[in-house]
Write a protein that binds this ligand. Sequence first.
Ligand code: AMP
Length: 447
Amino acid sequence: MKTESSVTFATLGLSDKIIKSVEDAGYLHPTPIQEKSIPYVLMGRDVLGGAQTGTGKTASYALPIIDILDSSSSKARMPRALLLAPTRELAQQIANNFSVYSKRHSLKYVILIGGESMGDQEKALDTNPDILIATPGRLLDLFERGMLILSGVKVLVIDEADRMLDMGFIPDIERIANLLPRIRQTLLFSATLGKEIRLLANQFLINPREVRVAPSATIAITVEHIMLGAEQKKKRHVLSSLIKSENYQNAIVFCNRKKDIASIVSDLKKLQLSVGELHGDMHQYKRTNTLQDFKDGKLKILVSSDVAGRGLDIDKVSHVFNYDVPIHAEDYVHRIGRTGRAGRTGKAITLVTPDDEKFVDSIRKLTGQSLQVKSFSRKIMHETKNLDLSVKKKINHDNSLSQLENGNKKNINSNIDSSSSSGGGSKNTRSGKIIGMGNHIPDFLKD
Ligand code: AMP
């Protein structure tokens, strides 16, 4: 990730021990959300964070929490930090970050997620973890089995609260919050800070500090965005054709509906492409394996629901194809966030039907990008119409997307026909730096 700040991790008040691990991770400077959030977390304040995946938000709470926990010791079977994530993948990814950041510490964490052996997780709890990283349902299951004592939790993190809301997890979060001590530190992160999230924040946080980074700032400027008009019934052909003509290294195809995933996977397999699927109905072990295969380069294309759009830190994705325009504008930012990471270039191509115009409009508003819809050239339309998916036909490179961009300007969506891209840089305004807070952890956070 590109960070341009002149602020260092040391000036934020983190301990030398954790700064060494951060340096080992290759981070030169804090990201804007880290710069804004870390000092308040170290002070013991509740924090309402407006930031999404890709902004470095995990470290914005993980680093200070590790410092806080390191300043005191735990009692047997009484974890001191609870991190709640909406999906298993995000929980896993948070855990990966913790293992990197806490490698010089003797803190233990366990992951408690659905779809994996309850017995193994019960055994892991016997090791007296300091930190629980959990999805809400599994945490409650284990609590109800008498496997957990939550009265020692001093820090609660609710990550991706907007997704928790979408997925109907709020009643679970309410139940969990009631099992925790009332005097605790609570950090709530959400990609958006709309009315419903603020109501939640009122419910769970006490006098929080609000920190946020603008959503448009989180669209990497290295990503080229292409909105391509397509008729609904031709989308599968169009997608196959695009994938064949694009010079991708690896790609994620996002669909709004799970039922489309299987059809697209089958289309792409017929083209003898290396493709896998990822969605919420799959067994956890299958999801984990598929994701690993994609990360390892064994699979070149992943066709996914939004489950993979959020929170996944998959490096070096060259292309994102949105088979559908996402209904929630924030999901566009999440999906696109899979590419163009760490200053790399990326390409995001979205298929837009005439009915999608209102969704594209919300994306424009959220991102501040003009995102004009281009036409899909007649020539390609003709070829894709006749594309026999069972026969691997070679589509010439002069049918490539670049030709689409420069060639036929007739618009399916009657919209303006030119390209658009790039996100704005964030204005990072921080008032005053808090020095040396690592040594001033508030008492209630200590044993
Ligand atoms: P996150 O938004 O927490 O999912 O982080 C996105 C990616 O940014 C992850 O690959 C992190 O390892 C990376 N990252 C987090 N903080 C920094 C930083 N300060 N400098 C460089 N990369 C970072």
